[in-house]
Design a protein around this ligand. Sequence first.
Ligand code: PEP
Ligand code: MG
Length: 581
Amino acid sequence: MTIRGIGASAGIALGKAFVLPTWEWEISDQPIDVNDMAREFERLYAGIRSSKMELKNIKDELTQVIGQEESNIFDAHMAILDDPVFMNEVQGIIRRQYKAAEAAVKEAIEKFANMFDLLEDQYMKERAMDIKDVGNRLIKHLIGAPEVKLPDDNQPFVLVAKELTPSQWANLNPDHVLGVVTMAGGPTSHTAIMARTLGIPYVLGLEGKLNQPIQTGDFLIIDGETGDLHINPPQNIINRYIQKKQKFDQNKEKLKELIGVPAKTADGQTVRLEANINSVKELDIAIRTGACGVGLFRTEYIYMDRSQMPSEEEQTQIYRQAVEKLGNKPLTIRTLDIGGDKRPEYLEFPQEDNPFLGYRAIRISLDQTELFKTQLRAVLRASRYGKIKLMYPMVSSVDEVRRANRLLEEAKQELRERNIPFDEQIEVGLTIEVPAAAMIADALAKEVQFFSIGTNDLIQYVLAVDRMNEHIAHMYDPYHPAVLRVLKQIADAAHQANIGIAICGEMAGDARAVPIWLGLGIHELSMAVQSILPVKERILSTSASVCKEWIGDLLQCGTSREILERLNEMESCAAAHRGSA
Ligand code: PEP
Ligand code: MG
């Protein structure tokens, strides 16, 4: 039986399941004697000390395996143990209800986790998981239960969990984990980010889709691209996936031969292939894959999973480290794109019915100007160490760009007054991802030096299809004729104004779209690192001049099916050309 979840990290895994037990213990609700209250407080404080020590050790170990940034989540966990609101709640339950420390912690976790869980916001739901995780760790110390450990028999396995908390992830040996399956979770969860960073296939979102629970020892197949899961499949399916995995692995190996090959079309036009990164750590793999720069650094991840805002100094160090790693290759830093599903806990957000059409990205930056200028000063300070480009997200009017640029001027002036050098010529651009921006692209082009098209959001807003809603996922169609026409309008405006034009949404990493970019005269594509080589392969066999001839035809198509058929035809012609060459 095939079950379809959500593919969160590409790759195929076949192997036996190990089902991670949830850490839930029977806890007595017996009231304590009033004379024992002081002892309960002592036990609580001792439990907090042991939990913090354990978290610190986990963090140190994990930093070696997956790096500093992903392991920062444990600082957030330690901060929960210091949080006066959480701790007051626990102490209050002991004092008022005469409960033992572990029972009080359990009740407090439930209260806070339920509160967060009720919120629609995916990010807050994930924070509910952090509270449960940290509270359960504390309970574990209070009742002296052993840590839930994975089997240590050197047998690789597919890990199955209801939800996988960051600290459970910390206990994994990535060499033994073939793939991961979770019932809950979202593609923006920490586990999804960790899985992608480590290249582990990951399928999530199976809640309510299984007729019976997966058991340890069941044979599983997961496809982290399609989201498919097979439980104890027949041999013919196993054989099919063994082949698919072999193909996937062989293809991955073969594509590596292209790393040093320049990305040139069959008729000699150069295309810049850059990487999208969420953290500095991802740069190593981007450079090893031959990216010629970073076209999108999503800086909001620097602001997440922490209890306070990153300082100017801290951000300067991060951006400096990134640009120095890149040598003379450009680093495009997108200013804070928070709001929507990304809400740092130390910032206040209004209650919103439509957070994706709400208080987010540049709108927050223009409202909380000190927050924005702190980031701008950090970007400017790092700009003397390499080639940095600055990019504003979610712009929808000329006025917004002018206000952002005025704040940039103020940030520059503040640095001059502090005698801090920076790149006076720093290039400024914006992402075109709101239909309004596309429609006034000619006016916006007068304000900046480059555009980068964020197709992820642009498609959802042009088609009015929520990019995170699995019920209408089939309507999220990058090849809809409306999308193609909008892309043309933006590209034409950029060319007419003679400014840079790039693509930084997921569509840039879809090899099928290569003829569209070449036809529209777009020669800069920024994408997830894993997509760079497949896209390069397609570029090598495609003629830009042929694409220019075909683009008019594509723009006449009334349906995405027709567009995809034309693109297929073009690919067949290119393949025939390769064959005859
Ligand atoms: C986009 O919207 O296409 C984009 C690149 O940004 P994000 O996916 O971070 O919204
Ligand atoms: Mg976007």
